[in-house]
Design a protein. Structure first.
Ligand SMILES: [Zn+2]
Length: 511
């Protein structure tokens, strides 16, 4: 047996342990009764400790060295050469972290998540504050395993968006903010779109049923997946044959569950499209949180909030919600699902203001890690900054610092930049797909998604984590990540919707 085969067998065991942990986490966030939390935290700690020990021990290092020699003559993009390269990178990252710290963080995150699910509806930031303080301490200790960083957030950003740094994200965000703010100002100087047609009672079963109908057409394979309800929707994978999504439903808005379902379906299509030969290896993953998010946002927004999509699906939705949507024209509905306004909740935010929510969180993560903001002041600082950025007061912590699961279920640092990277990339990838296949928008109008899905699978999904995000973006689009296509997309869509004038794009003539 070659060293490469021995390495693969070992990676498969690591993968089994990690996926058992993922299944326990899925259960915790869907069906587990609350009092299961302490044992669940311990179980996750045990599994992550075993996985980490197995992956980081010296024998894995020796196998990697030997496998590197065996694959030295293969081209860069050969599967086996890529497996060794990507595994080596993960291994070098993992060996720097003590197993005890990894296990402690897992256990703490499980407890903290449980506390958050109870604290958020009660609006009780004080209940999670000590846990959040511990999260910050653990996040700093994790970052400190990688001495020599420029910014303490850099190692944490590296975990989710390899190759990005606090400085490069800051630079990108400031360029984007400068271009977005004039568009937000121009739109919000117009009357707010009427959303009363979607703000109507809509039974849960009907919302879920419609969502499932759409994602079947997108290509979500229920033989390899399922959908359940949760607090904060997510996608998870236990193998390439079992890729699940979760959603949430508020019955006071017709499209509430739908867009969350489309979003998570986008994440799932990425993982479902990975070459099944990569099963059980580090290649069987999305390559970065930014690229992952580009797929959820592409299917949710560039497809699911497009006019062409609704030309096909609106008559169908009108059948499902006959009483609510009778007499509501397509244009009124299309405007309602694309209303732009400054609002409190990131996950409900429109495509234009969404990134401002991300930037606020990213800045707060840096300030927390740097010690510029203390956890005890976080709720107050959140309210102050939100009001400064959005011009609306935050009525309570439920709608403020408690709204997102991230800091209560994982590290502080690296948790948010991927959302905006994803928005930018969603437009860059979509523009590239349409350039290759100009018929795609016409097919969307007919409820057909095969060409788009096939292009994404062949160019992005099937590679899994074989290429880093910068390598993949270059290969797919012929250039590096750039904000141009995203800004063109937003302007092309919202200029006619809100009757904006060309000079408003640059901020001229607007107070
Ligand atoms: Zn997402």
């Amino acid at each position: 047996m070659s060293s490469l085969d021995t390495l693969k067998a070992r990676l498969l065991e690591v993968d089994d342990l990690s996926n058992a942990a993922a299944l326990l986490r899925w259960d915790q966030t869907t069906y587990m009764p609350p009092e299961g939390a302490p044992a669940r935290g311990r179980q996750l700690a045990t599994l992550s400790r075993l996985a980490h020990e197995l992956f980081t021990n010296a024998e894995t290092g020796r196998l990697l060295d030997a496998a590197a020699k065996e694959t030295a003559s293969l081209p860069f993009d050969a599967d086996d050469a890529s497996l060794v390269r990507v595994t080596r990178r993960n291994w070098e990252q993992s060996v720097k972290m003590p197993t005890a710290l990894v296990a402690e963080f897992q256990e703490h995150s499980a407890l903290s998540y449980q506390a958050w699910t109870e604290a958020r509806p009660k609006n009780d930031f004080a209940a999670v504050r000590p846990l959040l303080e511990k999260t910050l301490e653990l996040s700093r200790r994790t970052a400190d395993c990688f001495p020599g960083y420029q910014h303490i957030a850099d190692p944490l950003i590296d975990f989710s968006d390899y190759g990005m740094k606090a400085s490069s994200v800051k630079q990108l965000f400031s360029e984007l903010r400068a271009k977005l703010v004039p568009i937000v100002r121009a739109i919000t100087s117009r009357p707010v779109a009427d959303e009363s047609c979607i703000r109507q009672h809509a039974p849960e079963a009907d919302q879920l049923g419609f969502g499932v109908e759409v994602i079947r057409r997108f290509g979500y394979d229920f033989a390899r997946g399922r959908q359940d309800k949760t607090h904060h929707p997510f996608m998870t994978k236990f193998s390439l044959g079992d890729i699940r999504i979760t959603t949430r439903v508020r019955e006071d808005e017709i499209t509430d569950a739908l867009f969350s379902t489309l979003h998570e379906c986008g994440h799932a299509l990425y993982e479902l499209g990975i070459d099944r030969a990569y099963e059980g290896t580090p290649l069987a993953n999305g390559t970065s949180s930014g690229v992952h998010e580009s797929q959820s946002r592409l299917w949710e927004n560039l497809v699911g909030r497009s006019r062409g999509f609704w030309e096909f699906f609106y008559p169908r939705l009108q059948q499902v919600f006959a009483k609510q949507l009778q007499g509501v024209p397509l244009d009124a509905f299309y405007k309602a699902v694309n209303r732009v306004e400054r609002s409190l909740i990131r996950t409900d935010a429109d495509e234009v203001t969404y990134n401002l929510h991300v930037m606020l969180r990213f800045d707060l993560e840096l300030d927390l890690l740097e010690g510029k903001v203390a956890v005890k002041d976080l709720a107050r600082v959140w309210r102050e900054r939100f009001e400064a950025d959005f011009g609306i007061p935050v009525p309570d912590d439920k709608n403020g610092v408690l709204q997102d699961v991230h800091w209560y279920g994982g590290p502080i640092g690296g948790a948010f930049q991927g959302y905006t990277l994803g928005n930018i990339l969603s437009a860059q990838f979509f523009a590239t797909a349409v350039k290759a296949h100009p018929g795609i928008p016409g097919e969307v109008k007919k409820g057909e998604f095969g060409t788009l899905h096939g292009w994404l699978r062949d160019n992005i999904y099937k590679h899994g984590a074989k290429f880093t995000a910068p390598e993949l973006i270059q290969r797919v689009t012929g250039g590096p990540l750039t904000i141009g296509p995203y800004l063109d997309y937003l302007w092309g869509k919202y200029q006619p919707l809100y009757g904006l004038r060309e000079e408003e794009r640059l901020g001229a003539g607007v107070a």
